[in-house]
Design a protein around this ligand. Structure first.
Ligand code: GDP
Length: 451
């Protein structure tokens, strides 16, 4: 089994051919291992120095930069070295072999550097998760949310709540311990107010409609519409690559096909679903297509956005009726305007009805802008409070809030104190101070080797 007395090493940059590769070494044998590879004394701390790195046989594997971070002022809190070499596969493999031959050194497991940083108290668990999200971030909004969490925005807020609740708990415990000094039997109203305030703030943080989680995982949109209205063509246009099969024959998109889009920094997973047919037609279609239709509707219900595609050459009146009373997050796209340009133009006064041609690309900018605006509005909801980015945070805050509500309802200082302790414990779970063992493996599994 692994122990932190081991010295670990790994390739920290992405594997494969690259201009530069970065290897990291961390642990007590780092200095000895690096000295053995370079045949020279360690360079001054935190300064890049040029070194030749040798194999155990004495052959030069490559020349590159060496950075030496003596503990505890390093990412892991341990002695740590970073080797920047040429990013060829043979160079990297040669160095990994050379490091593996050093006493006390072994290859790191996924997330092990960060785990050591956590264990050394360099990062708390919420910050670790922020770091994992930063590495995984694919769009600008995801990056900015992840960086805030990695920098401690959630941790700071949780810490502030924990501090007020700890003070409240200390007061209540004092009242229990020294009942004679208490003015009366009741819990000090000032203490109750501190607790009530924390509870209100936590409630506000929870009322974010899950924006942080959705931004992290990507918002979802579903394309709905009858067969042949041009859903697949539209999706291909939006994705700017061929992902769905476009066919003249009705009902070819049988299952849900997805593409991940970056709309002005917001991640959106767009699903093209099986065409929806009228009730009369449903009877005549096969079981597979019926199942496809069932899945379309199921997805539409849970989606953040629905995009209903209609054919501009069809009866305009139907479209007109369908556009009345559209709620936010629901869009109607009138496709094939290249075939009936004049009729469709008049319908597009409402922001939620957008006339496009998947064939010529006309109107697509407006559609993209409308979707982007909606995603920005959705993301604004969570801006004022600390962002909850995982179900784990939400569950802990819900537990905390429930304990605070219960505590405020009780007249006994003993029960109030117990609920405050439970509330604090729930907050401690978010930053990884209590009950961590079961979540650690899950959190660190998100990382790749070398991080
Ligand atoms: P789906 O069944 O809704 O996914 O529809 P498809 O994307 O497979 O399109 C059905 C047919 O309509 C294909 O022949 C497409 O080339 C055609 N089509 C799609 N969009 C447009 C458009 O904007 N203008 C024209 N003229 N034809 C289109």
């Amino acid at each position: 089994m692994t122990t932190s007395s081991d010295t670990i090493f790994a390739l920290s940059s992405a594997p494969g051919r690259a201009g530069i590769a970065v290897l990291r070494v961390s642990g007590p044998a780092t200095a000895a291992a690096v000295e053995a590879l370079t045949g020279q004394p360690l360079p001054p701390p935190r300064q890049a120095s040029l070194r030749a790195f040798h194999s155990p046989g004495g052959e030069v594997i490559d020349r590159g930069l060496l950075l030496w971070f003596p503990g505890p002022k390093s990412f892991t809190g341990e002695d740590l070295a970073e080797l920047q070499v040429h990013g060829g596969r043979a160079v990297v493999q040669g160095l990994l072999d050379a490091l593996g031959a050093q006493p006390g050194c072994r290859i790191a497991e996924a997330g092990e550097f960060t785990r050591r940083a956590f264990e050394a108290g360099k990062l708390d668990l919420a910050e670790v998760e922020g770091l994992a999200d930063l590495i995984a971030a694919e769009t600008e909004a995801q990056r900015s949310q992840a960086l805030r969490q990695a920098d401690g925005s959630l941790s700071g807020q949780v810490e502030a709540w924990a501090q007020s609740l700890t003070r409240a708990l200390a007061h209540v415990e004092a009242e229990i311990e020294f009942p004679d000094e208490a003015i009366d039997e009741d819990i000090d109203p000032q203490i109750k107010e501190v607790v009530a305030q924390a509870e209100r703030q936590i409630e506000a943080a929870l009322a974010d409609r899950g924006v942080g989680e959705r931004l992290r995982e990507g918002f979802s949109a579903v394309l709905l519409g009858a067969p042949n209205v041009g859903k697949s063509s539209l999706m291909n246009r939006l994705a700017a690559r061929d992902v769905a099969i476009v066919s003249e024959e009705a009902g070819t998109t049988r299952d849900v096909i997805e593409v991940s889009l970056d709309l002005g920094g917001y991640p959106l997973t767009l699903a093209d679903t099986a065409g929806l047919r009228s009730a009369a037609e449903v009877e005549s279609v096969g079981a597979i297509e019926r199942e496809g239709m069932r899945r379309s509707l199921e997805r539409a219900e849970s989606a953040d956005l629905t995009i209903e595609v209609r054919d501009a050459t069809e009866d305009m009146e139907t479209v007109r009726i369908a556009t009345e009373g559209l709620e936010a997050g629901r869009f109607i796209v009138l496709n094939k305007i290249d075939l009936s340009p004049t009729e469709s133009a008049c319908l597009c006064s409402s922001g939620h009805v957008i006339a496009v041609s998947a064939k010529t690309g006309e109107g697509l900018d407006r559609l993209i802008q409308a979707l982007q605006d909606r995603l920005r509005d959705l993301s604004e909801i969570g801006k004022s409070s600390p962002v909850i980015t995982r179900a784990r945070h939400r569950l802990a805050l819900e537990d905390c809030r429930a304990a605070l509500v219960r505590g405020q309802g009780s007249d006994s200082p003993e029960l109030f104190a117990e609920d405050l302790r439970l509330a604090l414990r729930a907050l401690g779970r978010i930053v990884g101070r209590v009950d961590v063992e079961d979540v650690l493996d899950v959190v660190f599994r998100d990382f790749c080797i070398g991080k």
